[in-house]
Design a binder for this molecule. Structure first.
Ligand SMILES: C[S@@+](CC[C@H](N)C(=O)[O-])C[C@H]1O[C@@H](n2cnc3c(N)ncnc32)[C@H](O)[C@@H]1O
Length: 206
């Protein structure tokens, strides 16, 4: 067993947890959680991206925190040069840029995501860890209307929530839920939902 590798990984994970707690103390509504997402949750989020979605365009991750979902997206095969990671907290954005060299990390609000995408192909997937239930309602609306604006027809929007029952609020009209799965191996347990922006409004596509 590689003891020093194990110790290093543990040390990094404790540092990331400490950073999340520090951010939570100063921005509780923006964080919406105590712990980074588990590997199981991150892999369920990334697993929503089919090969064709990955090949078709750019992927935008919003609210990346310390990066568990970013790591899962890279493992899933999203090319670094077509992944844009948007994180509002400067401390977390710095942590992400160090952890994922070559990935375009933008320290911006997701409500400005269109401004982060110059030079990228059309967006085929948006992967969100944003805590929509705790963000101010006008911010949530602004983010989802921007998501609707930048996402291509046929693209997907992936979101997790700790609210195991009930519907995800703020989803733009016309988006269709195509998958909903529980992830029990997370603190707390979560639900991952995938929404499709149909190719034509009202059309049913895969
Ligand atoms: C639930 S936490 C991150 C979860 C992340 N998957 C993890 O496991 O570390 C939500 C993240 O969204 C970020 N955030 C909140 N409001 C934002 C906004 N308007 N734009 C971009 N990021 C935002 C927070 O700073 C926080 O890092």
């Amino acid at each position: 067993m590689d003891l020093s590798g194990f110790v290093n990984r543990k040390k990094k994970s404790i540092q990331q947890q400490a950073l999340m707690l520090k951010e939570l103390a100063s921005n509780p509504r923006d964080m919406g959680t105590l712990c980074p997402s588990s590997a199981a949750l991150a892999s369920e989020m990334a697993g929503a991206l089919s090969r064709s979605v990955i090949k078709r365009g750019a992927c935008v991750e919003i609210g990346a925190g310390t990066g568990p979902v970013t790591a899962a997206l890279l493992d899933r095969g999203v090319p670094r040069e077509r992944l844009v990671v948007i994180e509002k907290s400067p401390a977390l954005a710095e942590c992400l840029a160090k952890r994922f060299p070559g990935v375009d990390v933008k320290c911006r609000g997701a409500e400005e995501m269109g401004e982060c995408l110059a030079g990228y192909p059309p967006v085929s997937a948006i992967i969100s860890s944003l805590p929509f239930r705790s963000l101010p309602e006008d911010v949530s609306h602004a983010i989802m209307s921007e998501a609707d604006r930048v996402l291509s027809f046929g693209g997907i929007f992936v979101q997790f929530t700790y609210a195991l029952l009930g519907e995800m609020p703020f989803i733009p009209s016309g988006f269709r839920k195509v998958r909903s799965r529980f992830v029990l191996l997370n603190i707390p347990p979560a639900k991952v939902e995938v929404f499709l922006k149909p190719r034509r409004r009202g059309a049913v596509t895969d």
